[in-house]
Design a binder for this molecule. Sequence first.
Ligand code: ADP
Length: 425
Amino acid sequence: MFLQGFKVELRRLLIIFVICVGYGVIFGLQWWLLFTGLFLYVSWLFYQMYRLNKWLIRGTDEPPESSGLWGEIFDNMYNLQRLQQTETKNLQAVIKRIQEITSALKDGIIILDWRGHLDFWNPAAQRMIGFRTKDQGLSIINFIRHPKFVRYFEEGDYSAPLEFPSPRTDSKHLELQITRFGQNERLIVIRDITQIYQLEQMRRDFVANVSHELRTPLTVINGYIETISDNNAMPMWEKPLQQISQQGKRMSLLINDLLVLSKLETTEAGHNQKEIELEPLLISIKNEAEALGNDKHQTISLQCAESIKIIANEKELHSAFSNLAINAVKYTPEHGKIDLRLWKDANYIYFSVTDNGPGIDSKHLPRLTERFYRVDASRNSATGGTGLGLAIVKHVLMRHDGELKIISELGKGSTFTCVLPHHFS
Ligand code: ADP
């Protein structure tokens, strides 16, 4: 098919050649006529090229009419142009649709190029952050200057979302999640979480206030119960008073743990941090554990390879480590074995508490650090646990950029390991 134009063109050239040579032979001017014929043909070719160029420059008109090879070239180019126009239209329709969708979104969408500079944002992001059209190409850090964001953005670990106060107004709170795509470009999705944040704040305040308000009356009640128990002469009241006193103490423990947790939640991480030598801290925790398990005749050992220091909040760290040691004492039966170990490697400091107690079924492990999560209600009430110990441990470790690892097997025992990053030491 595509040879058709060529054939026409060859025939045309042949006819010119035959006519020129034929007449040339008749009149004895074959070279002149051949030259003139070819000259006219080449001029015609130039004219076609001129028309093609003119049409290409104008772009939109119908192609010029022509025959033979040139006619085919014009038609093919015209078809190509039409195809490209259709594809461009389709692409524009898709872009328009995406723009409509992103404009309708309540969440803010920001696209950053490989340098972290603004490439695209939707109206919601514009409202939340306050971009203007002329800001395109500027670094995102010029607009979200909060130190938490700057650190998160530069460290490049975007596995968890980040919460931060809105750069426009203090009363709003935003949550942001970054995803990498393409050539190290980044997509940022921002959500307004003011309502959730306020609810969470209300919950924290409520727990803190209730615990605080309950503490004083409970101290008074416990005090009177103790006095009454000490002076009680009636044997029939002995058991009830003992139970009231036991439950009163349990409530005090619960309120104290709730207050510790709310303090961990409401104060900024990083305050009151200083360099701490860990060995003396662990010796005092070991002594506390021994005192608590005195009548259980457990063997408690401490292995501390070398002098290890850490920059941390001593009170918080003490509370986390002692919670683990106290749990081991509480849940390990008489004559059990408890090992406290401290060691470090190039990146982390580890503190582990291993016991040969009842162990925990693996199905409970993922939820063990939730507040009031009970593996077994009877185990809890027998040991007088509050159900908040491991939640406190988790919070303290989180505030020091660390984590809690739990390995446990039913009937064999458990190992709770605190992993703290080395950059704190
Ligand atoms: P509690 O104050 O009740 O001890 P925790 O948050 O410290 O609360 O612990 C949660 C639950 O995990 C406990 O109720 C207990 O069942 C289980 N647990 C914690 N430590 C141990 C341990 N060393 N051995 C067995 N079970 C444990």
